[in-house]
Design a protein. Sequence first.
Length: 76
Amino acid sequence: MRTRTSIAALIALPVNAVLFGFGAIAVLSIPALAEHAKYLLPAVILAGFAATAPIAWMLAPRLRARQHRSDLPRNA
C-alpha cells in the first residue's frame, strides 16, 4: 500500500465528520432548510461520503510534505 493511500485512509473519517458537521449545521440552523431536514440530512450524509475520498486524497500529500508553504525561506 502506498504512503499516500495510507494517509488518505487515516484522515478519511475526520474529513467525513467535518463535512457532515458543516452540512448538518447548515441544514439545521437555516429555518427554511430545517423544515425539510428529514430529506436534507440523508442528502448531506450521502454528499459527505461522496466528497470524503477526493478531499482526503488531495490532503494526503500535504500532510506528508515537510515544508509545504512556498513563502517560507529555504534556510529556515
